[in-house]
Design a protein around this ligand. Structure first.
Ligand SMILES: [Zn+2]
Length: 383
């Protein structure tokens, strides 16, 4: 619409162009920009004249509007009108809408927080978004689960589930980095949640303040994309192995004793803990950390390795520990890797499986689940 000014000149009401957020920084951070023209093409030329870097976004090398950009006039796409020749009149509203990949958009604060990851081409903004959409269950908020959960939280893993029934004991503080002196006596899950949220409030921490058992494992594990095993006893270790296999979940396994650590990744169909160790040792033959001790700093190495394996799986980068067992001897300072194979005779993942649902693990291991009957000196589920 053109109105006559009292002095006879035309007063102009140009076309309003809506700029979506991905383009806004090219248009002086404005949501709406005014531009002149009698056709869509003329308005876009006027817009591009005002904001040259925006022009580069809405025209391709041959000066055409690329296929991933749609232009609307009063909510109608111009291909259904007359394309760039579509007439516009003053007061009309246009919109320039690019295709976007979807998913979570990183806030400026997140870009800053995760910048040392994002600048690596192996991660990038897309990889960071993948991490932020991943849900990981950590079994045991102890020596291994602690550093694993900590580095996963720092990396921005979207949801971290923590399952543990125990309370923080003074003897845990020699290695369990999620808990501090003032946490003694508190449930480990609560202490873990406070620590992880203090490090990164972006992370959703879900706590399961219970022992993991045959009764609840198939309710809890399927809620997550992946499981980190930080259990310190064979009963829980076989249960988590079997439940992850039945739920089709990747299991990032770690274990520690004295100065030695082991880590591997089990992906259903590529071997499992039972392929590696078909039967648990007789109760009492292999001591646990509470009975024999463990070097505190060793838990940091092995838990970090578990976090690294989770992140590699999520990003699809590197060579994972699938079908490989990493052995770390801290006294000799020796890392070695041995091959693991799926055992066709494995009772769980073999060709003729005999285990088709969760079994009686207390009977199988000859030991009760920690937390149901406090058998161990500290009864803890987390190494
Ligand atoms: Zn197996």
């Amino acid at each position: 619409m053109e109105l006559r000014e009292p002095d006879g000149r035309n007063r102009h009401m140009p076309v309003t162009v809506y700029i979506p957020t991905p383009f806004r920084r090219f248009a002086g951070n404005q949501t709406y920009v005014k531009a002149d023209g009698k056709t869509v093409g003329e308005v876009l030329e006027s817009l591009g004249g005002q904001y040259p870097s925006l022009r580069q976004m809405i025209y391709d090398a041959s000066d055409e509007i690329p296929g991933h950009i749609n232009i609307y006039v009063n909510s109608q796409e111009i291909h259904s009108l007359q394309g760039k020749l579509t007439p516009v009149k003053d007061g009309d509203e246009m919109a320039v809408i690019p295709a976007i990949a979807g998913g979570q958009v990183l806030t400026p604060e997140q870009v800053n927080r995760y910048s040392r990851h994002i600048i690596m081409p192996q991660v990038g903004p897309a990889g960071q978004r993948k991490l932020m959409e991943t849900e990981v269950l950590v079994v045991g908020a102890g020596g291994l689960g602690g550093p694993a959960a900590l580095y996963l939280a720092l990396a921005g893993i979207g949801t971290i589930g923590i399952i543990d029934f125990d309370v923080v004991d003074l003897s845990n503080l020699q290695r369990q980095v999620l808990h501090q002196t003032e946490d003694v006596g508190k449930p480990k899950t609560e202490s873990a949640k406070e620590t992880l949220r203090a490090y990164n409030p972006d992370v959703n921490v879900v706590i399961h303040n219970t022992p993991i058992t045959s009764d609840n494992a198939m309710e809890i594990i399927p809620q997550y994309d992946m499981v980190v095993n930080g259990a310190d006893n064979f009963t829980t270790r076989y249960l988590v192995n079997d439940a992850c296999y039945f739920a089709g979940k990747t299991l990032v396994d770690g274990s520690i004793l004295l100065f030695d650590g082991q880590a591997t990744v089990f992906v259903p169909g590529h071997g499992c803990y039972r392929c590696l160790f078909p039967a648990p040792p007789p109760p009492g033959l292999v001591p646990n950390c509470a009975e024999a001790g463990v070097l505190g700093a060793l838990t940091g190495v092995m838990g970090s390795i578990q976090a690294i394996e989770v992140i590699k799986q999520v990003l699809g980068i590197g060579e994972s520990l699938v079908s490989r067992l990493l052995l770390f001897d801290a006294l000799a300072m020796d890392f070695r890797i041995v091959k693991l194979r799926r055992d066709p005779k494995c009772p769980l993942c073999g060709d003729n499986p005999t285990i088709k649902e969760l079994i009686d693990y207390e009977g199988f291991c000859g030991a009760p689940f920690p937390g149901q009957d406090h058998d161990g000196p500290d009864g803890s589920v987390g190494a």
